[in-house]
Design a protein around this ligand. Structure first.
Ligand code: NAD
Length: 303
């Protein structure tokens, strides 16, 4: 039987609808307007498009949203001062510095200068620590992993007691999603295994997974026969494997593939995310959710 396709596009739209209602109520009842600033240094085309998408989303939800463009040659000192300005700005609840930064700027130093309570990307070591402790300590969840958890929960899979196998141990996907899924609580409480380039028998681990989360960045790494029949497969990988001409624009666009062979895997899995249209659309939506959470927190409201 063919797997249920978990559409990140649909789930993200659903969450944004819920957020819009929450933002409207916050404004009306509490006079609180979530504020997000995105800081862009230079004009890297990919960064420009990411920041534009984030601003569009913030605008649609009715946030107070600011796009702060800075020249490529801004000094580290000036960028740190800018971050500090927004740390102190009561209208701003979320600060996002678009990466990568130019080479003369120490990225870590800049990210670590963001007030952890406004760090809606959840990259600050304080927030990484809070995530590890879990429970009410975790103010925000990092966006892509939080999106993955939402997809699993909303697809109706039971996470409590489930064998979750995460392929990949990066700081932005593998480690945090493993941490999220092992916490005691709703939508988690799973038995988690992380596999990586040092793992001896990748196949044996994947075959045990009730929920298989793949974030390796290697197209087709996970073979269909590694998937337990009926498992929930979340394919985080986004790999450019060629180019095609867009039917809409007539211009060349990249052909994207995940880390799992989707066509074959969907005949074995119980549910699976497509690439594109799976995890991808969730990331910005979870950034918006974190900004709303931060606004509530700063207003002393239950988050
Ligand atoms: P990364 O390169 O930082 O980490 C990849 C991890 O996979 C590493 O820990 C490595 O040990 C593991 N790995 C690589 N090859 C392996 C192999 N052959 N066997 C076992 N383990 C292997 O990558 P990342 O930043 O975690 O991203 C992973 C993928 O997810 C990429 O394709 C990236 O584009 C995608 N991604 C998508 C989103 C999104 O959709 N919003 C967000 C972040 C990352």
């Amino acid at each position: 039987m063919s797997a249920k396709i978990i559409s990140g596009t649909e789930v993200a739209a659903q969450i944004r609808e819920e957020l819009k209602k929450e933002v409207d109520a916050l404004k009306e009842k509490n006079g609180v307007v979530p504020g997000l600033v995105t800081i862009l240094v230079g004009k890297n085309p990919a960064s420009v498009s990411y920041v534009t998408a984030k601003q569009k989303s913030a605008h649609e939800l009715g946030f107070y949203s600011l796009q702060d463009d800075q020249p490529e040659d801004i000094s580290e000192e000036a960028l740190l001062a800018l971050v500090d300005k927004y740390n102190k700005d009561p209208k701003i609840h979320g600060i996002l510095v678009q990466l990568p930064l130019p080479r003369h700027i120490n990225e870590k130093k800049v990210l670590n200068a963001i007030d952890p309570d406004k760090d809606v990307d959840c990259f600050h070591p304080v927030n990484v620590g809070r995530l590890m402790i879990g429970g009410s300590e975790a103010k925000f969840l990092p966006c892509t992993p939080a999106g993955i958890q939402e997809l699993i929960v909303r697809s109706g899979y039971e996470t409590s007691g489930a064998e979750v196998v995460v392929v990949g141990r990066s700081n932005i996907v593998g480690k945090p999603i493993a941490n999220i899924m092992l916490q005691k609580g709703k939508g988690a409480n799973s038995t988690v295994t992380i596999v990586h380039t040092g793992t001896k028998d990748l196949e044996a681990h994947c075959k045990r997974a009730d929920i298989l989360i793949v974030a390796a960045g290697v197209p087709g790494l996970v073979k269909p026969e590694w998937i337990k029949p009926g498992a929930c497969v979340i394919d985080v990988g986004v790999n450019r494997v060629g180019e095609k001409i867009s039917e809409k624009t007539g211009k060349p666009v990249p052909v994207l593939k995940g880390d799992v062979d989707f066509d074959a895997a969907k005949e074995i899995a119980g549910a699976i995310t497509p690439v594109p249209g799976g995890v991808g659309p969730m990331t910005i939506t979870m950034l918006m959710k974190n900004t709303v959470t931060s606004a509530k927190m700063h207003a002393g409201l239950p988050a």
